[in-house]
Design a protein around this ligand. Structure first.
Ligand code: SF4
Length: 90
């Protein structure tokens, strides 16, 4: 039976995403702290992605980014500027 992709999952939620989660954590650790949003802001951003129809297995269908990486950065944000997530810059 073919598995259907999860439309509401972050990488953190994927049932068999161990390797991707590992890579994600490595990449997140490489972002300088001064470039990251606060943990509360990060969690808030990801919650919005979880309810967004553009999320597809951890990737934003609009920009192609892994949202858990993109939204960790203060200078990045949702490509739907001003509608789904507020961007500081894009
Ligand atoms: S459009 Fe915005 S809220 Fe939706 S998945 Fe992309 S980054 Fe997340």
């Amino acid at each position: 039976m073919t598995e259907r992709p999860c439309r509401k999952c972050l990488i953190a939620d994927l049932p068999r995403g161990e390797k991707l989660r590992e890579i994600l954590q490595e990449r997140l650790a490489q972002i300088p702290e001064e470039e990251k949003v606060s943990p509360a802001e990060y969690a808030s951003r990801l919650e919005k992605c979880r309810t967004c129809g553009h999320l597809h297995e951890g990737t934003c269908a609009l920009c192609g980014c892994y949202v858990e990486l993109r939204l960790a950065r203060a200078g990045k944000g949702c490509p739907m500027k001003g509608t789904i997530l507020q961007n500081k810059t894009n």
